[in-house]
Design a binder for this molecule. Structure first.
Ligand code: ATP
Length: 134
């Protein structure tokens, strides 16, 4: 069976590199299941878990603020940040989640950047979901 070569890259370096049977990502317009030989495309991604099906199982990577570039035999994800389950500090993500939720709750009384808190909450929830695979 053919595979596609997946790279997930951040400004700090490569977080994931390997051969995949299927790469599932959440783009801003919906779920994309990318099989080898997929038509070329570029799409912005939601902050969300990326699922990678390989011959030895399924890997999860928490991806924030990224784009995917698909070519027939490669998939490249460029993201602001990305973490494998074992790299995620669950306590830190839980604290970030609570801080964002508290900011959103207070947003009614105070002038707080709601969009910024919503994005922080999304990053924390994505990390907590991926960290479950640890
Ligand atoms: P925090 O408020 O905890 O800093 P954040 O969502 O604002 O969370 P980011 O700005 O997305 O953090 O990330 C900054 C850097 O810290 C990135 O390199 C990211 O990979 C890393 N990082 C953020 N949260 C975690 C976490 N829970 N576990 C491991 N690395 C993390």
């Amino acid at each position: 069976m053919s595979t596609t070569n997946l790279s997930i890259v951040t400004p700090d370096g490569t977080v994931y590199e390997g051969e995949a049977d299927l790469v599932s990502v959440r783009s801003t317009t919906g779920e994309l299941g990318i099989l080898p030989g997929h038509i070329p495309l570029v799409a912005p991604l939601e902050t969300s878990p990326v699922r990678v099906k390989t011959n030895s199982g399924t890997d999860l990577v928490a991806v924030s603020g990224g784009f995917v570039e698909v070519r027939p035999d490669t998939v490249t994800i460029l993201a602001e940040s990305a973490e494998r389950p074992e790299e995620i500090d669950k306590d830190r993500a839980q604290t970030a989640k609570e801080r964002a939720e508290e900011r959103l709750n207070r947003a009614k009384q105070e002038e707080i950047d709601i969009k910024r808190a919503q994005l922080a909450l999304k990053r924390a929830n994505t990390r907590l979901e991926v960290a479950k695979q640890k």
